[in-house]
Design a protein. Structure first.
Lengths: 428, 255
């Protein structure tokens, strides 16, 4: 039998860094655990449809330096933190000192705080299922810790602009950790963008820990370029009566992978996960979500939409796991997919594991094309075919776009969608 | 205005229209009657350009121009309007957005300035009242959750907004109660104009109590088997289709 390829040792050498000692120790430990890690193949269940897009050359093992300049496409209406190649750039960041809210780069943490953080990092994720994103813990060079005290309310969204500069081949490992104490409220916008054209990997992990009655909204927008392989994971743990809302909008690339894992651990916790994915050309996008109902009386609501044009390929895998004690769970998962070309491919797989007997759990997945009767109706009113296509495609996702609670993100997403329409639907 | 000569059309290899001949001049109202399945909707859809139907022979001209060579949207911009017998529901596209896009497509075609949202809103509210449709319907998805009658009024509203040269109304009167029928009839009468023709497809004669057609045609088995003035409708009302040697739904059996 042929030996499965393993992660090249080159990827396990972290760059020198000014991180506090406890974080350096954590990196080392995580790196050791990844030695000889098999790379995903077609036979790896959770990479079945995507392993063929993964192309890690040894040149990409190098850590990209914190230099260059890209500039966000978002006109940031809130507080801003800029990460360039995984390293925070204080000169480009802009946020005030806020009562009860600590925002600090990892490099500035005291050893005591860093030790506390090191004990928590990766705690929201099932490391067996986010193998490659696990590389982030062995390689991060900086990161952002956001810690909200009880009752602290952030009055504006915080934007983290994750820029990658691809003037040379290499990788970036942005890392974010959010702790929301009881009754705190916070909205985080993470935008992933890129400049340059050399092949690079962005390997990123963001974690949210919500205490009782905390309310956190996470918005994630990916508009990276055609040279960026993106492997990201978001982990969430929720205590009693906490609320977590996620809005992910992603445009395709050579490899786009996002794992979103939510654990509802306290009674009355609720999460709402929305996702929109748009792919074209030969692009790829793979969303893997897991919602674990651990405690009783929790609600989850998940809505994902994929649109695939040309020869592109979108994947959705949504797993809901209702533990034995999670009685009166309410779980709703819905995934609709739109194929805009016969050459496009969409793979969708809902996975339900239910071990409690008194639960309400609904799921649905569909794959379809634009409706001919609707198109005819629109063009019979003098509307051009192109515009009819745009109206119907937009109708497919508009509800989710409108639910994004930050206007600047809606605008950027809409602008990008219009570019997509321009290149997908030809002028009559 | 509209001239149809020996039009044959089929769907999935099955011939539905078997040689239609019809001349409609500006200012006229033509009623097309006939039993279920006789091809009335097929004729309407073919004129609007539905490619699901294949035109196998014959010709259709609109003011001398070959209609069959035009795309659906071009026909609409040249002034063809079809009120659908079964309007589709399009969730996610608001009625207002749809109507404004349509009106502006027509305006752009005529070299006129597009209407902005506020201007259009004012116009749309007026016209929706004309067909007794609550302006709240403008905010809903296109036909989404509309009752049968509301859909018909929404169709008529579009005709009033777009002011076509030829309005084809495919059973815009069916499924309406007496009051709604009156509203629709008033709307159709408001459409009547010297420079506009109306082709009214109806299964029943009751609409014709409110709208007096200039001509009545009976379509059966894919052919117009009889044409006459308004008195033909009354005769049909009195004697039924049996008088013409056809039974209700006989056309379908004949296929
Ligand atoms: N989409 C279609 N597919 C197959 N047959 C159709 C389709 N549309 C109409 N037909 C057939 O064409 C014939 C005429 O239908 P139609 O034009 O709807 O009649 P009418 O409007 O006069 O009731 C009927 O036999 C009907 O079954
Ligand atoms: Mg019909």
């Amino acid at each position: 039998m042929k030996q499965a390829p393993t992660l090249s040792a080159a990827f396990l050498h972290p760059a020198g860094s000014s991180l506090p000692e406890p974080l350096l120790a954590l990196r080392k430990e995580r790196g050791t655990a990844l030695v000889d890690m098999p790379l995903p193949t077609r036979k790896t269940e959770n990479w079945k449809y995507s392993s063929k897009y993964l192309k890690l050359s040894d040149e990409m093992a190098i850590s990209l330096p914190a230099q260059g300049k890209t500039g966000s496409s978002l006109a940031v209406p809130g507080y801003k933190v800029v990460f360039r190649n995984g390293i925070m750039i204080p000169e480009a960041s802009d946020y005030p000192d806020l009562d009860g809210i600590m925002i600090s780069r990892f490099g500035d943490l005291s050893d005591a705080t860093a030790a506390d953080l090191a004990a928590k990092l990766d705690g929201t994720l099932n490391r067996n299922t986010v193998q490659l994103a696990g590389l982030n813990s062995a390689r991060f060079e900086d990161g952002l810790l956001i810690s909200l005290s009880p009752n602290a309310v952030m009055d504006q969204p915080l934007f983290i602009i994750h820029e990658v500069d691809a003037d040379a081949s290499g990788s970036a490992f942005p890392r974010v950790f959010v702790e929301a104490a009881r009754h705190s409220q916070f909205t985080l916008v993470e935008e992933y963008i890129s400049a340059g054209s050399e092949p690079v990997m962005v390997n990123t992990v963001t974690e949210f820990v919500l205490a009782d009655s905390a309310q956190v909204t996470s918005i994630r927008l990916n508009t990276e370029g055609e040279n960026v392989q993106h492997i990201g994971a978001t982990g969430v743990r929720q205590q009693r009566n906490s609320r977590f809302a996620s809005h992910c909008v992603g445009f395709g690339g050579p490899l786009r992978r996002h794992d979103l894992q939510v654990r509802l651990e306290g009674e009355g916790a609720e999460c709402k996960l929305n996702g929109v994915v748009v792919t074209q050309g030969k692009q790829h996008y793979d969303n893997h979500t897991t919602i674990e109902h651990v405690a009783a009386h929790c609600n989850s609501e998940e809505t994902y939409r994929n649109i695939a044009a040309d020869q592109s390929h979108a994947v959705f895998n949504g797993r809901i796991h209702i533990h034995q004690d999670a009685q009166k769970s309410n779980a709703n998962m819905n995934n609709k997919n739109l194929l805009l070309s016969t050459g496009a491919e969409i793979d969708t797989k809902p996975e339900l594991e239910i071990y409690a007997d008194d639960v309400k759990c609904a799921h649905g997945a569909t794959i379809g094309q634009l409706d001919e009767a609707s198109l005819f109706y629109l063009v019979s009113r003098g509307i051009s075919r192109r515009q009819a296509n745009v109206l119907l495609t937009m109708a497919f996702i508009n509800e989710l776009v409108q639910q994004i609670p930050v206007e600047a993100v809606r605008d950027t997403a809409t602008k990008r969608l219009n570019q997509f329409f321009d290149s997908t639907f030809e002028e009559a | 205005m509209l001239s149809i000569k020996d039009l044959h059309a089929s769907i999935e290899g099955k011939e539905i229209l078997k040689g239609i001949n019809l001349e409609i001049r500006a200012g006229e109202v033509h009623a097309i009657m006939g039993p279920n399945g006789s091809g009335k909707s097929t004729l309407s859809q073919v004129l609007a350009g539905n490619e699901a139907f294949a035109v196998t022979s014959g010709e259709v001209t609109l003011n001398g121009e070959n209609l069959l060579e035009l795309e659906t949207e071009e026909r609409a911009r040249e002034g063809i309007f079809l009120a659908f017998q079964y309007p589709v529901e399009i969730p996610g596209v608001s009625n207002l957005q749809f109507l404004r896009t349509s009106v502006n497509a027509m305006r752009t075609h005529r070299g006129e300035k597009e209407m902005n949202a506020a201007e259009f809103m004012k116009l749309a509210k007026e016209v929706s009242r004309q067909v007794d449709l609550d302006p709240a319907f403008l905010k809903r998805g296109v036909n989404e959750g509309f009752s049968g009658g509301e859909k018909k009024r929404n169709e008529l509203m579009q005709a009033l907004l777009l002011q076509p040269k030829l309005a084809i109304l495919d059973e815009t009167d069916s499924g309406l109660d007496i009051d709604a029928l009156k509203v629709v009839a008033d709307g159709v009468n408001a459409l009547r104009a010297e420079d506009r023709a109306i082709m009214m497809v109806t299964h029943y004669q009751r609409l014709l109590n409110h709208i007096v057609p200039d001509y009545v045609h009976v379509l059966a088995g894919g052919r117009i088997i009889k044409s006459g003035g308004r008195e033909l409708a009354l005769e049909l009302e009195e004697k039924g289709y049996g008088w013409l040697g056809i039974k209700e739904d006989a056309a379908e059996a004949a296929n």
